[in-house]
Design a protein around this ligand. Structure first.
Ligand code: SUG
Length: 416
């Protein structure tokens, strides 16, 4: 069985909009009320997937969830749409950020030798709390074979879980047994900690991880307070490399020592606050990057254009590239529409280490399928959405029909 890393990107849904729903996510708050460009957003996301395909990497995707979610608004008694924030929640395309879909523990790490996926309950933000049942249904379709996969329902809502955005896996290679690092928050001043320690511990148990291959690490409260609402805004890991901001963890030195104790091969690339402040990191999303092992074995960092164009981040990146570090190239991509809601390249993908032959092929991308998806997006996704259009039956018909057409195109009508 050939285990490889497959990145499953969320196709950006036709209702993508800026409603300012995520407290503690500075981009979401500052772009609230702007006109969104769902068609451009989805094409940007697709271009990122193609970019990774062209690098020779395995690429999958997950479909947008049904929006507007009439069940959610009905359960809140919202049929009249008098509460604009809750109305917008029912329309949110937030499932595009599949790093929050689930926490994935690949087969080499688990007690039963299967890849375990626990859907994330996302309870801290109301608009995201409605995602997980539909997400779990989709994961069960994409990863159907119980000999290879186990998909778990989300942990109970008493503990907030935000999925892989607060989880890092390190090891000598993707296919080797890994060290799984769960990062939780306690507080962030005015902003909520969205990942609770007890949720992380429950996910580790559900995913059947051996206690000695797991670390639970506290995120720095100052990182949450500065706008790092998920750990993947300040750190990213791949195989033996951890790329992190100096202020990502509450106890940085203790965290690095614990990693090295379990993985002596670990290389930890720390970006000092003197070069890139927490504010710079959060504005630029330098760490919300895909740290990828290319087919030739070298590592590349796929960053948002915002990071490439940021003067202090650029100086640091130029220095890193000139040095002999483990990250050999930096590849900027344009995901500006997602970025304006606080979602960079890393937020848009869920990493699954698995044998692609065990995955339902309808969820795997190749160039021909990318062109078919592109055609549906270009023809059916709204060009713009302004906030006052949310709740109108005209837009509801358009976004519902657009998604339905994509499902038909991909032979996935059971997700309707
Ligand atoms: O949960 N933004 C998302 C961004 C998620 C980013 N994911 C990771 N870091 N992995 C969130 O805050 C904004 C939606 C709005 O305001 O309309 C939003 O949900």
């Amino acid at each position: 069985m050939a285990l490889v890393e497959i990145n499953f990107d969320g196709i950006i849904g036709p209702s993508h909009n800026y409603a300012g729903l995520s407290l503690g996510n500075l981009a979401s708050a500052s772009n609230a009320g702007d006109v969104s460009y769902p068609r451009a957003a989805a094409l940007q996301g697709l271009a990122k997937m193609r970019h990774n395909l062209a690098l020779g990497l395995a690429q999958g995707f997950l479909l947008p969830l049904p929006r507007p979610n009439h069940g959610f608004s009905a359960a809140l008694g919202l049929d009249q749409g008098e509460d604009r924030r809750l109305l917008a929640a029912a329309w949110s395309a937030s499932s595009m950020w599949t790093a929050n879909a689930a926490t994935v523990s690949p087969a080499p790490d688990t007690a039963d030798g299967r890849c375990h996926l626990t859907a994330a309950n996302l309870v801290t933000m109301p608009h995201r709390s409605q995602e997980w049942p539909d997400t779990a249904k989709q994961l069960r379709l994409a990863f159907p074979d119980p000999a290879h996969f186990a998909v778990h329902d989300a942990v109970p809502p008493c503990f907030g879980d935000e999925g892989a955005a607060n989880h890092m896996r390190m090891g000598t290679s993707h296919a080797a047994p890994g060290l799984e690092i769960f990062v939780y928050g306690r507080s962030g001043g005015a902003f909520p900690a969205r990942q609770h320690e007890q949720a992380s511990r429950a996910v580790a148990r559900l995913n059947r991880l051996a206690p000695d291959r797991v670390l639970f690490v506290e995120q720095a409260p100052e990182a949450i307070a500065a706008g790092a609402f998920h750990n993947d805004v300040v750190a990213v890991a791949n195989e033996r490399v951890l790329f992190t901001h100096e202020q990502a963890f509450a106890d940085p030195d203790g965290t690095y020592a614990a990693i090295r104790a379990k993985l002596p091969e670990a290389e930890i690339v720390v970006v000092p606050a003197s070069a890139v402040s927490l504010t710079d990191a959060i504005q630029s999303y330098l760490f919300n990057a895909q740290l990828l092992t290319l087919p030739g074995g070298e590592m590349a960092l796929v960053i948002p254009l915002e990071a490439w164009e940021h003067p202090r981040v650029r100086v640091w990146l130029d220095g890193m590239l000139a040095s002999n570090g483990p990250i050999r190239s930096v590849l900027p991509v344009d995901v500006r529409q997602s970025m304006a809601n606080g979602g960079g390249p890393a937020c848009l993908r869920l990493r699954v280490v698995a044998d692609p032959a065990a995955v339902d092929p309808r969820f795997l991308l190749d160039e021909a399928k990318a062109s078919r998806i592109e055609a549906v997006i270009a023809a059916r996704w709204p060009e713009t959405i302004s906030p006052e259009q949310l709740g109108t039956s005209r837009l509801a018909r358009q976004v519902t029909a657009a998604r339905a057409e994509l499902l038909v195109e991909l032979g996935l009508s059971e997700l309707a």
